[in-house]
Design a protein around this ligand. Structure first.
Ligand code: DX5
Ligand code: ZN
Length: 217
């Protein structure tokens, strides 16, 4: 369905209170929970291993969208599937075999996503669209929340055209806020990741701010 889904990224949440933060954003209307896995190699930051994702799983009632910013990615697919991911996204830039990587994700029974950094053309994934349930278009260079949006509307339009009537989500990730979101939805995106734009001004003590922020996007 083309209803727009909002997937708050817990990279912007309170790292001392993930359980309550996850429950708060879901109570306040999050459609998915976006989990940013970073290895300090593919991106210059380090976040969540499989044990952490397993702990998050206990609190996620909606849908756990796990974004693997790691290379190599194949050795960890099984572990994040076991940890309870509902969808696992790998970067096309993480290695030479994205076709095999997507096959490996699908073999775990999970949904499969492929992510494109801002410098990577849409054509890079043209030959794996039949293996993808989602294409994640990075609108920042990955590694951190709160970065400045990089306009990728042209790439989103091209992807929507390439996808045609296949059931493939286009997810936008990075710098999404009430100003940038409408541009991307108009271009064909249907899942919007937002970290700082959801968590800013709120807390587990003031979760209503999360709901206001989600509705504003
Ligand atoms: C960046 C991550 C994004 C990030 C989004 O590498 O993949 O999901 O957390 O945060 P904002 O919405 O603040 O740009
Ligand atoms: Zn992400």
């Amino acid at each position: 369905d083309r209803r727009i889904k909002i997937a708050p990224s817990i990279l912007s949440a309170d790292f001392a209170d993930f359980g309550r933060e996850i429950r708060a954003i879901e109570d306040q209307g999050a459609d998915w929970v976006h989990v940013d896995v970073m290895d300090g190699h593919f991106v210059p930051n380090l976040t969540f291993g499989p044990p952490a994702v397993k702990a998050f799983r206990k609190h996620v009632k909606t849908f756990m969208d796990v974004h693997l910013m790691i290379a190599p990615v194949d050795p960890f697919i099984e572990a994040y599937a076991e940890a309870g991911a509902d969808l696992i996204t790998a970067h096309v830039e993480a290695g030479p075999h994205i076709h095999r990587t997507l096959q490996a994700i699908r073999a775990t029974g999970k949904k499969a996503g492929v992510a494109l950094n801002p410098g990577t053309p849409a054509e890079a994934i043209e030959h794996v669209l039949d293996l993808a349930d989602l294409v994640c278009v990075m609108t920042v260079n990955p590694g951190f929340g709160g970065q400045k949006f990089i306009d990728m509307t042209g790439k989103v339009r091209k992807l929507r055209q390439m996808i045609g009537d296949r059931p493939v989500h286009i997810e936008i990730d990075g710098g999404v806020d009430p100003v940038t979101a409408p541009l991307l939805v108009a271009a064909g995106a249907d899942v919007l990741v937002a970290g700082s734009a959801v968590f800013r001004g709120g807390s587990v003590a003031n979760p209503e701010a999360y709901g206001d922020n989600i509705r504003a996007i």
